[in-house]
Ligand binder design. Sequence first.
Ligand code: APR
Length: 251
Amino acid sequence: MVDLLKANTKKAAEILKNSKYTVAFTGAGISVESGIPPFRGKDGLWSKYDPAILEINYFYENPGKSWEVIKDIFYNFLGKAEPNNAHYVLSEMEKKGLLNAVITQNIDNLHQEAGSKTVFEFHGNSKVMLCTKCAKKYKAEQVDLNKLPPKCDACGGLLKPDFIFFGEGIPQDAYLNSFAEAEKAEVFLLTGTAGLVQPAASVPVKAKQNGAVIIEINPERTAFTEEITDVFLQGKAGEVMTLLRQILFQK
Ligand code: APR
C-alpha cells in the first residue's frame, strides 16, 4: 500500500508542478490531526450530537440549548487547536507559487493561522460572533461563554457565531469566489472532505466539469472518489501532505 501511495503522490507532485492554477478544497478531515473531530465517519460529531441543534430556526427558538452544544463543539477547543502539517504544506505551496487559493468548509481559522493568504471560507468562521439584532461584531475570545446564550453589550440582542447554520445561505462572496476558482483551476486538491454537503460539494464537481484534474487526499474513499477523482492519495492529510512536500520541494 505504501508503495502505491508513494507512486500516486509522485504522480500528484508532477501534476501540481505543471499546473498553472491550483486550488485546494478542504473539509473537517484536514483538521482532525489538529485535534478537532470530523462531523461524519469514525468519532464524527454527528454521531454524538444531533445536527438539528445547528439548524437556524432551532437556534432562534432554543438559543440557550443550542448555545450549550455550540460551545461544547466549537468553543471548548477554541485557541487550543493548532494548524498541523497539512495546513502548513498548503501555506508553503502558496508561498512557492504552487497553490493559488484555498476553499475551506472549515470554520476553525487554521489555514490562516498556518499562513495561507487566499482563503475562501464557504461556511464562515468561528472566531467572530455577530449580534443578531444590531449586527455588532465581536472577537469570539472576548465573549463570555459562562453565561449562555451570550448577549450583545450594546443592544441586548442574541449573539450568533459568524458561521452558517443548516438552513442559512452561504456567504455570498465566498460562494461567488469559490465557483469562480472552479472555473479557473487546472488542478483541484481535495483534502479531508466526505463531499456530502451541498452546495459546497458542487464546487469540485464544477472544477471537474471545467476540465480540472482532481487529486484527493482522504483515509477513506468518498462520494468524490468514484465520481470525479483522478489521483486518490489514500491516507491522513498530515502524513500524505508531508510526503507530497518532500517530493515537491526536496529536489
Ligand atoms: N486526514 C484527512 N481526511 C480525514 C482525516 C485525516 N486525518 N480523518 C478523517 N478524514 C476524512 C473522513 O474520511 C471524511 O471523509 O475527513 C472527512 C470528514 O467528513 P465530514 O466530517 O463530513 O467533513 P466535511 O466534508 O468537511 O463536512 C462538510 O458538513 O456538518 C457540515 O458544516 C459542516 O463544513 C461541514 C460540512
